[in-house]
Design a protein around this ligand. Structure first.
Ligand code: SAM
Length: 274
């Protein structure tokens, strides 16, 4: 599983070049595109097609090649195979047949975007492509609405406006979006704004609607429940029945970890019988 560049042809590893030169067969999503790529590096390889429409059949042939003792490299049109690209079924078939599937890590659009976006969010959810149909897309977004983690989407220029409109409609205008467009290419752009400003930004310059996109959308804000949790209240009630108010509050704070002020207010209210 050999990662190839996502734009800049320099973004290929030494190991990838060595493997692509050395294998008996290179399986590629688009043999014409990959032919150009291999040509660029002066690699003459025997190419076979493996794309989403023939992955199972082509996979069986590749397993047969491995059975004959041949070596095969899989590349996709760009980036890391099997990441929003064909490859997963092939790997499963290769493993099931008792052969090894070896990753050769390299370029990946989502990771490139995350590394240069300057976002401090610790966790992210890689979603990849949302559905093409508007209603299906909005339905999927509803399921992601409360996710507290940064959301990472792939999007093509054909659907960027509709997709951003739906992101705003379903997730709300206050969330931040980072556009990571045409990474590693001439018109590379990384732009962050509120979702409510995003459509206007895209529409102000049609050039910004072209090319390939990674969209990073901040996660749902976690609303910390106001007041005291049920467990802390229960502890406080027990302590108040036995101890003076101040002492009960002090112990309840130690046991529950809740804020002293909140427990003190609650203790006063309980004493008053509210
Ligand atoms: N396997 C690839 C990877 O490892 O990132 C992704 C392949 S997926 C079919 C193609 C999508 O990845 C594009 O529609 C776009 O969302 C994203 N992408 C690929 N290259 C990109 C680039 N140079 N800049 C921004 N996004 C890119």
């Amino acid at each position: 599983m050999v990662a190839t560049p996502i734009g800049n042809l320099g973004d290929i590893t030494l190991r990838a070049l060595e493997v692509l030169r050395g294998v008996d067969v290179v399986a590629a999503e688009d043999t014409r595109d990959s032919g150009r790529l291999l040509n660029h590096y002066g690699i003459a390889a025997r190419l076979v097609a493996l794309h989403e429409h023939n992955e199972r059949n082509a996979g069986a042939k590749i397993v047969a090649l491995l059975g004959e003792g041949k070596s095969v490299a899989l590349i996709s049109d760009a980036g890391t195979p099997a990441i929003s690209d064909p490859g997963a079924h092939l790997v499963a078939a290769v493993r099931a047949a008792g052969f090894k599937a070896v990753p050769l890590p390299g370029a990946n659009a989502a990771i490139a975007a995350l590394s240069a976006a300057g976002l401090a969010e610790m966790h992210f959810l890689f979603y990849g492509f949302l559905p093409h149909s508007g209603s299906e897309r909005r339905r999927q977004l509803e399921t992601l609405k409360d996710t507290p983690h940064l959301l990472v989407f792939y999007e093509s220029p054909h659907r960027i406006l509709a997709c951003v409109a739906d992101l705003q409609a379903v997730l709300g205008g206050a969330r931040r979006i980072t556009f990571a467009r045409e990474l590693t290419k001439l018109y590379e752009t990384i732009h962050a704004c509120a979702l409510e400003e995003a459509l206007a930004w895209l529409e102000a310059d049609p050039n910004q609607q072209k090319g390939e996109f990674v969209l990073l959308v901040s996660g749902a804000e976690v609303v910390k429940e106001e007041g005291v949790g049920a467990a802390a209240r229960h502890i406080l009630e027990i302590l108040l029945a036995e101890l003076p108010l101040k002492q009960a509050v002090k112990l309840a704070v130690e046991i529950s970890g809740e804020k002293k002020n909140a427990l003190y207010e609650l203790a006063l209210a309980l004493k008053k019988g509210d």
